[in-house]
Design a protein around this ligand. Structure first.
Ligand SMILES: [Fe+2]
Length: 404
């Protein structure tokens, strides 16, 4: 049985001295040390680089922890974040064979070695968990994984522990050592800052989205017939975007553009927007200005740079007869083509001043009838196939809610 290195002051680790040897043996040993040092430095460089690139937090943590596990030659690794309200540790990321099951596991902050590290903010190596009372065996029971050794470091940012990073079992059965722990602590420090930055970034985005939704609701409220229009257009446009395999960034741009597409109506007189019946030529020309007004409103907001083009071109037609620029075919951004389809589908299927709502089937026929002339055929078919799939999934018996 290997000795248990964990002590009351777990940051002080007993490291076995290297055996005294010949000059040649020392040279080989020193060369090995240098190589291991380089590998760790390379890991920290990659972690820093990955952490500084803005992206979805879960994807970033996923990559950082996988790199760490590979470099430290461990069997499994995970990051657990603290849920302050529930006083629990949640597996934000877990790889290895048991990763999928672990993501369902919640650990009380009083439980396990990870809980101890989270509470005390100290890193730790336990090379034989059977000799450590803090070890919480229930996680292994849930996953079927057999934990032999754990190395765990806190994720600390602005003096506060927000979670822990841990690696389990060296692949070759050897012990984790002080250099391994130093590497894990450094990775934890970088990951903690990256996680915190991502959360701050997300809260700014959420703030922007809230403001955008409030603006869109203000526009929708100008006309009782278009209440909720922007939110429905978001849902329809995203159905098409997902069907066309838009990237996460492209979907976000499409979402924001869908929320804001009619923001320019803020500059159009209420007497025009809420006029019962058809508009005269002068009123109609004024109405046609709303995409340009909308694009001008969001012009100069760097966060909405890519959104601007979609707002500006959401009334272009595939045959070039739309407005404001008469763009044709592929010259119209794909997001704007999808937005046009989603906008029209919602207009047809909701009550208007001049008619009552028509069925989804009627709207689909109309989109297909106008495909190639008014609408991009790819956008039309992507939306229709995704909409019909969604409808079928909602109509499946297992998706129905039982009513007593
Ligand atoms: Fe519009």
């Amino acid at each position: 049985m290997r000795p248990n290195l964990a002590r009351t002051d777990e940051t002080e680790l007993a490291i076995r001295p290297l055996p005294f040897g010949t000059k040649a043996q020392r040279r080989i040993r020193d060369a090995g040390r240098t190589e291991a040092h380089d590998i760790r430095l390379d890991l920290l460089y990659k972690v820093g680089k990955r952490a500084s690139s803005a992206s979805e937090v879960s994807k970033m943590v996923d990559e950082i922890v996988t790199m760490t596990r590979q470099t430290l030659r461990a069997s499994a690794s995970s990051v657990l974040l603290i849920d302050e309200e529930r006083q629990e540790l949640l597996f934000e990321f877990a790889d290895g064979a048991a990763g999928g099951v672990l993501k369902q596991v919640k650990l009380g902050i009083q439980s396990g070695i990870a809980g101890w590290v989270a509470r005390h903010g100290c890193p730790i190596i336990v090379n034989d968990v059977t000799r450590d009372k803090r070890f919480f065996a229930d996680v292994d029971k849930a996953t079927g994984f057999v934990t032999r050794a754990i190395m765990c470091a806190p994720l600390v940012t602005r003096g506060k522990v927000i979670g822990v990073v841990e690696v389990l079992n060296k692949l070759d059965g050897s012990d984790f050592n002080k250099q391994d722990l130093e590497t894990l602590v450094a990775v934890g420090a970088t990951a903690a800052i990256a996680i915190e930055n991502s959360k701050l970034h997300q809260s700014v985005i959420d703030g922007y989205k809230g403001t955008m939704k409030a603006l869109a609701a203000a526009i929708d409220a100008k006309d009782p017939y278009t209440r909720g229009h922007s939110q429905r257009v978001v849902e329809y446009a995203l159905l098409g975007g997902v069907a066309l395999s838009f990237s996460q960034e492209e979907l976000e741009v499409l979402e924001y553009a869908s929320i804001l597409h009619d923001i320019g109506k803020i500059g159009i007189a209420d007497s025009i927007l809420s006029k019962p019946g058809h508009l005269n030529a002068e009123e109609y020309n004024a109405f046609l200005e709303h995409p340009v007004i909308g694009a001008n409103i969001i012009d100069g907001i760097p966060f909405l740079n890519a959104v601007r083009a979609l707002v500006l071109h959401h009334h272009e037609r595939y045959d070039g007869l739309g407005y404001p620029d008469g763009l044709k075919g592929d010259d119209i951004p794909m997001g704007a083509r999808l937005l046009a389809v989603a906008d029209t589908f919602d207009s047809i299927t909701t009550d208007r001043t001049y008619r009552t709502a028509l069925s989804a089937e009627h709207a689909i026929n109309e989109l297909r009838r106008c495909s190639r002339d008014q609408f991009c055929p790819i956008a039309v078919e992507a939306f229709i196939s995704a909409f019909e799939k969604r409808l079928q999934s909602l109509l499946r018996p297992d998706s129905l809610i039982a009513v007593a």
